[in-house]
Write a protein of this length. Structure first.
Length: 118
C-alpha cells in the first residue's frame, strides 16, 4: 500500500484544487506503480494520501510537492524512471501550469498492517 505525501507550498492554491490533486494521485499511483508480476497490483483505494501545508520552518522551492513511498518490487525498480515520467505527464495535464511541482518516488522495503475499531 503506497503512501503519498502531498504538500501545498503556495498559499494561493485553493483547497478544492489540492483535494482534486489528492484524489487524482490515488488513481495515478495505482495506475503507474501497479506491479502485478510481483503480487503488487494496486487499486486506488489502496493508496493513502496525506496532505500537508507548508510551515514557517520549511525550506522548499516547489509550489506542490509529491513524495510517494512504495514497496520495492523488482518490476517497479526495473523501469522506475519511465513510471515517474509517465506519472509526471499525467500530472502536467491535470495540475494548473502556473504551479511548480516535483514528484519523488521512493521505493523501499515495507510492511503494512491495519485493524478496525471494535
Amino acid at each position: 500500500m503506497p503512501l503519498v505525501l502531498l504538500k501545498r507550498n503556495h498559499p494561493d492554491i485553493p483547497d478544492l484544487e489540492v483535494y482534486a490533486v489528492a484524489q487524482r494521485l490515488k488513481w495515478l499511483v495505482a495506475k503507474h506503480l501497479s506491479a502485478p508480476a510481483d503480487g503488487g497490483e494496486l487499486r486506488p483505494d489502496e493508496v493513502e494520501v496525506d496532505v500537508h501545508e507548508r510551515n514557517h520552518l520549511d525550506i522548499a522551492g516547489k509550489d506542490i510537492q509529491i513524495v510517494v513511498f512504495a514497496h520495492d518490487y523488482p518490476s517497479r525498480k526495473q523501469n522506475l524512471e519511465q513510471r515517474k515520467d509517465l506519472m509526471l505527464e499525467d500530472l502536467k495535464g491535470f495540475i494548473n501550469s502556473k504551479y511548480s511541482v516535483f514528484l519523488w518516488i521512493l521505493l523501499c522495503p515495507s510492511a503494512y498492517g491495519e485493524f478496525a475499531a471494535r
